[in-house]
Design a protein around this ligand. Structure first.
Ligand SMILES: NC(=O)c1ccc[n+]([C@@H]2O[C@H](COP(=O)([O-])OP(=O)(O)OC[C@H]3O[C@@H](n4cnc5c(N)ncnc54)[C@H](O)[C@@H]3O)[C@@H](O)[C@H]2O)c1
Length: 329
């Protein structure tokens, strides 16, 4: 097996994790990292015995990586991704693909034109609890789905200055809705607020209407504890996913007996079984990067389609438009 050379551009919080995973991966050699703050690149490079550069350009002029992860702030994704595609045939751009659909399209078009394998880091698709949830839904266990509710709330990470909570956080769940149900969003009604963020919205509530179901998003950077949960309610019961602990439960609908009396009902006897489904816990970023490397080795398509990342941005834009206008869009 030929050893693949990997590089990472952007050595902040997420880039350092990409570097760690490539460095630990069998058959992959983390050759170089870059950050415009050279001390950050140097620190990550030293940890993994790689080379450090102060820009993507410098890195690409001196190294020939087979694969590169781009983990710079989202507003720079377009420029760095376009530059990377001049040199590298396998490019992974962190989520969101870009900060607007026009930039996202440019990245996707360029990847097609240059025949570059492009993947967008929609990490929750690789969360084992979400993967199992998809299997369960497809097996028909819950029947028709009526309602999806999302909670992605927690404190404000002050390093995020360039993005609002919709494009930075809600984009995860918007992508998961597409991954699980593959239905276009028909209508959106959203409310956003800016309470403590210096530039952008840090509070979002949105209702998304699909043909067959409705989704309600509750996303913010204001809650003092981190909660990442998904509730899927359908004909035969409800699934709950805790993205953080990777726990997946199924609450079965009760088969309502004839003649149930009031004391039984208030004691909860009308509830069905609650089943904890087996999920083998794994680090989602490791699963994601393993899948990307595997697609390179097999010469197959990237494990998720960049067009889906573009769809997620289009929904983000609808949400922002609805919140601005105070109208359903
Ligand atoms: N998949 C996930 O769960 C997840 C989690 C966190 C962040 N992210 C994404 O990862 C990206 C980075 O986020 P972060 O939290 O690591 O940010 P960060 O601020 O911690 O790190 C970004 C780094 O990029 C460097 N940088 C900025 N412009 C650069 C350029 N042009 N060239 C080289 N380096 C440059 C900065 O100096 C900084 O070290 C964002 O797009 C974010 O949305 C994804």
């Amino acid at each position: 097996m030929r050893e693949l050379k990997a590089a990472v551009v952007g050595c902040g919080w997420m880039g350092a994790n990409h570097a760690r995973i490539y460095a630990d991966m069998n058959g992959v050699d983390l050759v170089a990292v870059a950050d415009k703050v050279i001390e950050r690149a140097a620190e990550v490079a030293k940890r993994h015995k790689a080379k450090a550069y102060s820009s993507a350009k410098e890195l690409f002029e001196r190294e020939v990586p087979d694969v590169v992860s781009i983990a710079v702030p989202s507003k720079f994704h377009k420029d760095v991704a376009l530059e990377a595609m001049d040199y590298c045939k396998n490019v992974l751009v962190e989520k969101p693909i870009a900060v607007n659909s026009s930039d996202a399209k440019k990245i996707i078009d360029e990847a097609k034109r240059k025949n570059v394998r492009l993947m967008v880091g929609h990490i929750e698709r690789f969360n084992p609890a979400v993967v199992e949830l998809k299997k369960q839904i497809e097996s028909g266990r819950i029947g028709r789905v009526f309602l999806v509710e999302v909670q992605r709330i927690g404190p404000f990470p002050s390093r995020i200055e360039d993005s609002g909570v919709t494009i930075d956080l809600a984009v995860h769940d918007i992508d998961i809705l597409n991954y699980l149900f593959n239905e276009p969003v028909k209508k959106v009604f959203a409310f956003t607020g800016r309470k403590i963020h210096p530039n952008s919205e840090d509070l979002l509530t949105a209702t998304l209407q699909f043909d067959s179901m409705v989704a309600v998003l509750n996303v913010n950077w204001l809650t003092p504890t981190k909660i990442r949960k998904l509730f899927v309610t359908g004909e035969k019961g409800m699934f709950t996913v805790n993205y953080l602990t990777q726990d997946l439960y199924f609450y079965e609908n009760a088969s309502i007996r004839e003649g149930i009396d009031y004391p039984e009902m208030i004691m909860g006897i009308a509830e069905g079984n609650m089943i904890k489904l087996r999920v083998e816990k794994k680090e989602p970023l490791k699963v994601e990067l393993d899948a990307f490397i595997e697609s390179i080795r097999r010469n197959s398509r990237a494990p998720n389609n960049p067009e889906d990342a573009l769809k997620a941005i289009a929904t983000v834009e609808k949400i922002i438009e609805s919140a601005k206008k105070g109208q359903v869009v």
